[in-house]
Design a protein around this ligand. Structure first.
Ligand SMILES: Cc1cc2nc3c(=O)[nH]c(=O)nc-3n(C[C@H](O)[C@H](O)[C@H](O)COP(=O)(O)OP(=O)(O)OC[C@H]3O[C@@H](n4cnc5c(N)ncnc54)[C@H](O)[C@@H]3O)c2cc1C
Length: 480
């Protein structure tokens, strides 16, 4: 029997274990997690309150429906009917601009404006900025060899003002990154495709919008989805499925090193990897490392120092979320949308603010507001203290929404080195990692550090990791 170990019980590791159990029927799967709960960045607090409950997400709060792997896994787990879309009746999103909330123009397709009248009406961009945006229709596609930063690309197509006031805050919400450092090829490669295919971002975005509205008619409910009582439902269903099918699930267990047992030589069927835990060493044939890249780098450094340092060269930004609950009557402003994003140039510590109880009304009891402040971005220090973060969030809500009452309850989640930064050079890092892994059959990586940070991408990375293990198994069968 094959023995496969998955290290890291976040969504990538859980998905890898799930697909390994499904697709390699004779394998024995062990899933190791150093924390005391499953899910990694996915963590949901369900707080009973006044005959109802607050559903408070500490990390991600929703996932993108258009990337198919999240919805597909939920279907397999029987969660399909429990998926909620965002509130379609109050869809406004705002951008903080010189301290005021201004509505995001309508018609953004994958972040790019495609509705000219709505841009012309927007107060987010000056007339000079709008004229500069119009040049996008005229400027020829530039042939750029190699990669380019997201900031430089959007600025050369739409102008710096559109980048800073419109695109940068939206992009920050996803990567908590610095757009002038982020690699276009690794973050939003389709933007370059739009330029090449359509000669203009706006023309390309319009095409994309037409195509996606066609798809919406075919039945997709909302661009973003989440299960009824929070994303932890996915984690709970995965753990339950793994348990029922006999996987070994170990919480509070840290992998401290990994080594390759080269003495086995040609007897490839034998267990060639030694995985050392706090108290014992396991010999296994396959390892899926679904830990953050810098931890995977530390674990592999002893037998492949170059691979170890390449993995550790992927930078991560630290973030925090602060959720606060109020009586609706204590919130002076109508929470008539999903919330607001904050451009870097505003100089605030907060990055965005989600009006959770409007975006997902079922997450707060009737008559109450649940608001989440997202703090921290690449290159910015955040106070690493629960009380300071709470004060910072309250100050943000006072400044922008005028809330002066104390919250009825609050939850602070701190995420140290949580958001990988796919900076310029990331594609080359990935190539080096792939080349190094060719020398280590049976060892594969999964998780948000490489080819996608969102939940569906992480699920897909787990599924792909299992395919790679299966390929390796296939080779062994033919050799033996
Ligand atoms: C605040 C925040 C908001 C986000 N919002 C969204 C969103 O709305 N939508 C979306 O799609 N994505 C969002 N993301 C991104 C997404 O949540 C993450 O990219 C994803 O959950 C990461 O999953 P993962 O399994 O790769 O890593 P992790 O969740 O980090 O899991 C890795 C696991 O490995 C464990 N581990 C580490 N070292 C060891 C060791 N030595 N031995 C054993 N175990 C170990 C860790 O404890 C951890 O549980 C958000 C992220 C954050 C932080």
């Amino acid at each position: 029997m094959n023995r496969i170990i998955v290290v890291g019980g976040g969504i990538a590791g859980l998905s890898a274990a799930y697909y390994a159990q499904k697709n390699i029927p004779d394998a024995h799967i062990t899933l190791i997690e150093s924390a005391s709960q499953w899910g990694g960045k996915i963590t949901t607090d369900r707080v009973a309150f006044d005959d109802g409950q607050f559903i408070i997400e500490g990390g991600p709060d929703t996932f993108l429906a258009s990337k198919p792997w999240g919805v597909a896994l939920c279907k397999e787990l029987g969660l399909d009917e429990r998926l909620h879309g965002t509130n379609q009746n109050k869809k406004n999103t705002y951008v903080l601009n010189k301290g005021r909330l201004l509505p995001l123009p309508e018609g953004l397709a994958m972040m790019i404006p495609s509705d000219v009248p709505s841009i012309l009406r927007s107060r987010l961009i000056s007339w000079f900025g709008k004229t500069r945006m119009g040049l996008d229709f005229l400027l020829p596609a530039k042939s750029v060899n190699g990669d380019e930063s997201l900031g430089s690309f959007v600025s050369r197509r739409l102008g710096r003002e559109a980048y800073e006031n419109l695109i940068e805050p939206l992009m920050s919400g996803i990567y908590a990154g610095d757009g002038d450092q982020l690699s276009l090829a690794s973050t939003f490669p389709y933007l370059r495709d739009l330029e090449t295919k359509h000669g203009s971002l706006a023309r390309g975005a319009l095409e994309m919008r037409k195509k996606s509205s066609g798809k919406a008619v075919q039945g997709s409910r909302s661009a973003f989805l989440t299960p009824t009582t929070g994303l932890a439902e996915i984690v709970e269903a995965l753990v339950e499925s793994l348990r029922l099918k006999g996987a070994s699930l170990r919480l509070n267990t840290r992998v401290t090193s990994i080594n390759r047992n080269l003495d086995l030589g040609r007897r490839a069927k034998q267990r060639q990897w030694n995985v050392t835990l706090d108290t014992e060493t396991l010999d296994v044939e396959g390892i899926i490392l679904a830990t953050p890249a810098y931890i995977s780098g530390q674990l592999l450094a002893s037998f492949d120092p170059e691979l170890g340092s390449t993995l550790q060269s992927i930078p991560y930004a630290s973030t925090a979320t602060v959720s606060l609950a109020y009586r609706l009557s204590d919130v002076p402003r109508d929470l008539d949308g999903y919330g607001y994003v904050i451009p870097r140039r505003e100089g605030r510590k907060a990055l965005a603010c989600t009006w959770t109880s409007t975006k997902f009304p079922h997450r707060a009891p009737e008559g109450y507001a649940l608001i989440r402040v997202f703090v921290g971005r690449a290159g910015q220090d955040i106070p690493w203290d629960e009380n300071e973060l709470l004060e910072l969030a309250k100050e943000e809500l006072q400044l922008t929404l005028g809330i002066t009452e104390a919250p009825l309850l609050s939850r602070v989640f701190m995420w140290d080195k949580a958001m990988p930064q796919y900076n310029l050079g990331h594609p080359e890092i990935l190539k080096r990692i792939d080349t190094a892994l060719e020398k280590h059959p049976g060892l594969v990586l999964a998780g948000n550090g490489y080819r996608g940070i969102g939940i569906p991408d992480c699920i897909h990375s787990g599924e792909l990791a299992v395919e790679k293990i299966l390929k390796h198994e296939g080779h062994k069968e033919t050799r033996s």
